[in-house]
Design a protein around this ligand. Sequence first.
Ligand code: ATP
Length: 234
Amino acid sequence: MSLLEVTDLTAGYGGRDVLHGISMTVEKGDVVVVLGANGAGKTTTMRALAGLIGRRGSVTVDGRPLGRRPDEIVRQGISLVPQGRGTLDISVLDNLRVGAAVRKDQKGIAADIDRWCEVFPVLARRAHQKAGTLSGGEQQMLAVARALMSRPTLLLCDEPSLGLAPIVVQELFATLAEINRTDGTALLIVEQNAELAMDIANTVYLLEVGTIAAEGPVERFREDDTVRGAYLGY
Ligand code: ATP
């Protein structure tokens, strides 16, 4: 059974559809990247899956219907790293605690805070600072760590590279790949940086004005000149 099965997903804003019936599958432990131009509907897809906007169509997690409320969805093991990070201007530690709001196991929460502070040492160094005082890259790491605090089986990452220096982006993607390898956390990543995302992905979906224009294993997108020329622009 697939971890996430999306069939005919439609969503939009104020009665205007942006997604026109998209279907995609994420298997357990997969790294899936959704590529697409500005305005294709990538963020809308993530927001619909996280319950931040309404949706039509069928979405199942481990064979069960996806909930409607964001907190229900987090409890089902799906956690979003939103575009623009969305860190709160409270301390780094408190941001991490917010990420664990659906959990009650205080010891486990404390252990996970320690773990992510080890993986992202800057979070330990700045534990008591307000998130707003962190650099963009540091805030992105905090946003990822916060999302991981709910112990998701699927992490949704909306343009994690946006506005970050190349070296920081490389480090972040390496860490995401490592988390996927060690914990088996599946990743669904929306990215404009196709090259980088394809380095860690096994499956690619191409989104064009609200529909899936192509999909397949990452090798096909790297090696097929027609696909590359038509969709990736290199
Ligand atoms: P980008 O890389 O620019 O974020 P995207 O693929 O993520 O692009 P979306 O943000 O999903 O695209 O936007 C898809 C369409 O939905 C665009 O036409 C956009 O103008 C529209 N849209 C996005 N957010 C809203 C909103 N809050 N209200 C109304 N329309 C919106």
